[in-house]
Ligand binder design. Structure first.
Ligand code: S5P
Length: 258
């Protein structure tokens, strides 16, 4: 099929979205399709990890509400690292409420996500209105939205039907949507990126429903564009070396599918 053979330059030509273009420039310059999911619990650990994996990643993904000592200084230091190593900041907030509430959550202190994130995730369980509401702020603040269309868990409720509708919402809102999170279905439009979590070199699963696939399979067979890797990197004794390894495996698999 034609779509899984998409290369990043084609996506760049087909998008009007400035965040997507910036991201693809970074991926091509650094030859990486790795998004590191930095799910550690403190400022010090997060900064240390960002510093170590920075050279090998295109995106650093965070869950800031899990950082026990979060403050604005952390944001300033992360922004400096993002600039130094050239990667984007992705707050995986998974907004999921009615429009009025997601707008508040997007802006509210202490996280002030709209002020620093380059990318955020949104569920569309409430329909397109969540995207519509975030869009008003996101366009002003230069934040790209990623629609969660399909989850990686063993008993996810994101059925085929749900996924199809979520992809349609993403496609309708390409002015602000950069791409989707999904496992094995990508948007038909050539201007959207497919982000895929549940990736680990060893495969397997955890004991809480997460399922893992090997990056090579994901890029070559399912045609994903970016892999999201958390524990595969930060639980390793040498996260930098591990990130370098994922970068190499992911980039080679991408080149091979072209
Ligand atoms: O379906 C999903 C969507 C996401 S964004 N499954 C996921 O696991 N994620 C996120 O990816 C999750 O919130 C976590 O931050 C990361 C996976 O982490 P890992 O340690 O299992 O690689």
């Amino acid at each position: 099929k034609a779509v899984p053979r998409l290369n990043y330059s084609t996506i760049k030509v087909n998008t009007q979205n400035g965040v997507t273009k910036r991201l693809i420039d970074i991926m091509e310059q650094k030859q990486t399709n790795l998004c590191c999911s930095a799910d550690v619990g403190t400022k010090a650990k997060l900064l240390q990890l960002a510093q170590e994996v920075g050279p090998y990643i295109a995106v650093l993904k965070t869950h800031m509400d899990s950082i026990e000592d979060f403050d604005q200084e952390l944001v300033i230091e992360l922004q400096a690292l993002a600039k130094r190593h050239n990667f984007l900041l992705f707050e995986d907030r998974k907004f999921a409420d009615i429009g009025h509430i997601v707008q508040q959550q997007f802006k509210a202190a202490p996280y002030c996500i709209a002020d620093w994130a380059d990318l955020i995730t949104v569920h569309v369980v409430a329909g397109a209105s969540s995207v519509d509401a975030l869009k008003q702020i996101a366009l002003q603040k230069n934040v790209g939205l990623i629609v969660v269309a399909q989850m990686s868990t063993v008993d996810t409720l994101t059925s085929r039907e749900y996924m199809k509708k979520a992809l349609a919402i993403a496609q309708d809102q390409q002015e602000v949507v950069v791409g989707v999170v999904s496992q094995n279905k990508r948007p038909r439009d050539a201007g959207l990126l497919m982000f895929t979590p549940g990736i680990k070199l060893g495969g397997g699963s955890d004991n809480l429903g997460q399922q893992y696939n090997h990056p090579t399979e994901a890029f070559e067979k399912r045609g994903i564009d970016l892999m999201i890797v958390g524990r595969g990197i930060y639980q390793d004794e040498q996260p930098a070396q591990k990130a370098a390894e994922y970068r190499k495996v992911g980039w080679e698999a991408y080149l091979k599918r072209l």
